[in-house]
Ligand binder design. Structure first.
Ligand SMILES: [Zn+2]
Length: 332
């Protein structure tokens, strides 16, 4: 089942934030799936009430940080600007943020994000309950930390979803992250919550930004349960490194009751974000990656929820379409 949340779509440019994380990567995929597979392949969430709550976020994040977000006003704006790397260490604004270009107040972005996080929750809930796979057209906020935002992620939708579902008698969860950027937020959470094991294959350079850190602005980076850094020169060996890494992870970690895959499209060579230039996979290599992961968990009968993670610029939608076309035809 594929989940979509109508209230979760946005273009950051509408808030004056110059980051090319476009709603078209979601809307194009949705239109493509509706046209090709019909309405029955999509579960559409549309009510604005279908959103994460303060209580949900507090299951994963510190009370102080959650309070800062929900009290709104200047403290929320500050967290959002920090999240999208719009403030400098000295408190000034970076060139990324120009409020004069905003069409929508910044505070509305928070409500969109809570709706998006709810989509992740529904996809993970479905995977667990139906013992099947699901895909959410959004989500994957893998840089958020327990006490603050990071790398365009205000809160950690995956950890929030897993924590909310934990009472439903499951023991272990894996977060398998194939976004171009390291899942550094997930790594932090997997230290605090030992029932979450984190696997991240990512560019060996370029993220986290500014590490080793000179000015103390970046928190110390903790490793994932298993990290597989990939150098630019190793782009052609990516699939082999992913296979070897995931098989090692499987040998060393308890079998999960559910897996959340951060299926970032930003390792794709057509991605336009500057910081993703250290990994350049072709469209065929992206499909091979996604098919490998899908078959890996299907063969083991492990429920999986896929979330989108990063993917920047106008060329991203076909990367998800090629995978979902294949997965939905296989599931028939
Ligand atoms: Zn990314």
């Amino acid at each position: 089942m594929i989940f979509y949340h109508a209230k979760a779509q946005r273009d950051l440019q509408d808030y004056g934030i110059q980051i090319p994380l476009l709603s078209s990567r979601i809307e194009q995929v949705r239109a493509h799936l509706l046209q090709k597979f019909g309405a029955q392949c999509l579960h559409e969430l549309s009510e604005s009430a279908e959103a994460l709550t303060q209580h949900d976020l507090a299951l994963a994040h510190t009370a102080e940080y959650v309070k800062k977000l929900f009290q709104g006003g200047a403290s929320l704006d500050q967290a959002l600007l920090e999240c999208y790397e719009c403030v400098r260490a000295d408190g000034g604004r970076t060139v990324r943020y120009d409020p004069a270009l905003a069409k929508t107040p910044l505070s509305e972005l928070f409500h969109d994000l809570l709706a998006e996080g709810y989509g992740t929750f529904k996809a993970v809930e479905y995977a667990l309950q139906e013992k099947n796979w699901s895909f959410f057209l959004g989500g994957g906020m893998h840089h958020a930390r327990p006490n603050g935002p990071g790398g365009f992620c205000l809160f950690h939708d995956i950890v929030v979803a897993l924590a909310r579902l934990k009472n439903n008698n499951f023991k272990n969860a894996w977060v398998v992250d194939v976004d171009a950027h390291m899942g550094d937020g997930t790594a932090c959470f997997s230290k605090l919550l030992p029932w979450i094991k984190s696997f991240s294959i990512h560019m060996s350079n370029g993220w986290p930004l500014g590490v080793p850190d000179q000015d103390g602005a970046r928190p110390h980076i903790v490793p994932s349960t298993l990290d597989v850094p990939v150098a630019y020169q190793e782009s052609r060996q990516y699939l082999t490194l992913l296979k070897q890494g995931l098989e090692k992870f499987e040998r060393e970690q308890p079998r999960p009751d559910v897996v959340v895959v951060v299926l970032g499209a930003d390792p794709f060579e057509g991605d336009v974000l500057q910081s993703t230039r250290h990994l350049k996979l072709t469209a065929a290599e992206m499909l091979a990656r996604d098919q490998f992961l899908f078959n890996f968990f299907l063969d083991r009968k492990i429920p999986v929820a896929y979330v989108m993670g990063g993917g920047y610029g106008p060329l991203i939608a076909p990367i998800y379409e090629q995978f979902l076309d294949w997965a939905l035809l296989k599931a028939r």
